[in-house]
Design a protein around this ligand. Structure first.
Ligand SMILES: NC(=O)c1ccc[n+]([C@@H]2O[C@H](COP(=O)([O-])OP(=O)(O)OC[C@H]3O[C@@H](n4cnc5c(N)ncnc54)[C@H](O)[C@@H]3O)[C@@H](O)[C@H]2O)c1
Length: 291
């Protein structure tokens, strides 16, 4: 899709971080944007910010919970009712989750992270792929992570969700090719980006709230979060990632990596698979954040 102007993009997780940057970048390309997010006040602020880019008629904001298929179908219906056609879909909404070892996670930790990060992308694909296939002029961008290529300790639900998004995207790519479709697919695999992901549990639903930590755990967790917020804030600006996404849609490029910090670790994993040797000891997310 070499020309984006006049076309319509749907972006989930558009009230913050990368999703908001994608929405802005698409508007600057002359697109209409449907901004979807579960956090209503942040979405209202984002809508104002986006309307300032190219006027309110180019923007539609719809509160959406991507973990709920009915909500994602309603998003599609609202987008089609307003703009008639959707061309680019960014299944981007995501949450970080609790850093705990497997065996010390609550099942609600798995359900929340997989519900948003993996089921959210599944819902987005099921809702929009038939429409894109029907008119043939479309592109899907699924946000995975570098955690879709490696397995950092203490991040079980996140790793599982992002590996799932990578294979979902590759499967979709192959199926579209088999169908002879011109619809494109990209999978975005960011390293560290300066967003609000550290505070993702601001949107954790009440029915999936985890049992209270021990008080000393809660204090340690808050200190860790403050340090993480500070470190993540110094990483890649979301606008730079948005430009990579715009370029990838135009070039019909499948893999989108944001930097090469993790390239040696990904290569090491591939070598261990090829040589059927056990994976080497992995560093933790904090080690990489501090690097
Ligand atoms: N920031 C990073 O370093 C990084 C690295 C790799 C991958 N990612 C991925 O990038 C994507 C965007 O996250 P971000 O870093 O911009 O974080 P962010 O917290 O700034 O933005 C995420 C947005 O998703 C929304 N959201 C959360 N749950 C939702 C739900 N159920 N339905 C709809 N919207 C929901 C949030 O309200 C928020 O606006 C996520 O999929 C994340 O896993 C981020």
């Amino acid at each position: 899709m070499q020309e984006l102007g006049g076309r319509t993009a749907v972006v989930t997780g558009a009230a913050s971080g990368m999703g908001l940057a994608f929405a802005e970048a698409f508007l600057r390309e002359g697109m209409q944007v449907v901004a979807a997010d579960v956090e209503a006040p942040a979405l209202a602020r984002a809508e104002e910010q986006l309307a300032a880019v190219r006027g309110p008629e180019a923007v539609l904001a719809i509160r959406t919970d991507v973990s709920d298929p009915a909500s994602v179908n309603a998003l599609r219906d609202a987008a089609l009712a307003r703009f008639g056609r959707v061309n680019v879909v960014c299944n981007n909404a995501g949450v970080g989750g609790v850093r705990n070892p497997i065996g010390r996670l609550d099942l609600s930790d798995w359900q929340w992270v997989l519900g948003v990060n993996l089921w959210g992308v599944i819902h987005g694909c099921e809702a929009f792929v038939p429409h894109l296939l029907e008119h043939g002029d479309g592109h899907i961008v699924n946000t995975a992570s570098i955690a879709g290529h490696i397995s950092l300790p203490y991040m079980g639900p996140y790793n599982v969700s992002k590996h799932g998004v990578v294979t979902l995207s590759e499967t979709l790519l192959h199926e579209l090719a088999h169908a002879g479709s011109t619809v494109g697919v990209s999978v975005l695999c960011p390293g560290f980006v300066a967003t609000n992901l550290i505070d993702a549990d601001r949107n954790r639903p009440e029915h999936l709230v985890r049992p209270l930590d021990e008080p000393e755990d809660a204090g340690a967790r808050e200190r860790e979060r403050a340090a993480g917020r500070e470190l993540l804030g110094q990483k890649k600006p979301p606008a730079e990632v948005a430009q990579l996404v715009v370029d990838a849609v135009k070039a019909n490029q499948f893999w989108i990596f944001t930097d090469d910090q993790f390239a040696p670790v990904v290569a090491e994993r591939h070598r261990s698979i090829e040589s059927v040797t056990n994976p080497p000891q992995a560093r933790t997310l904090v080690d990489y954040l501090l690097a």
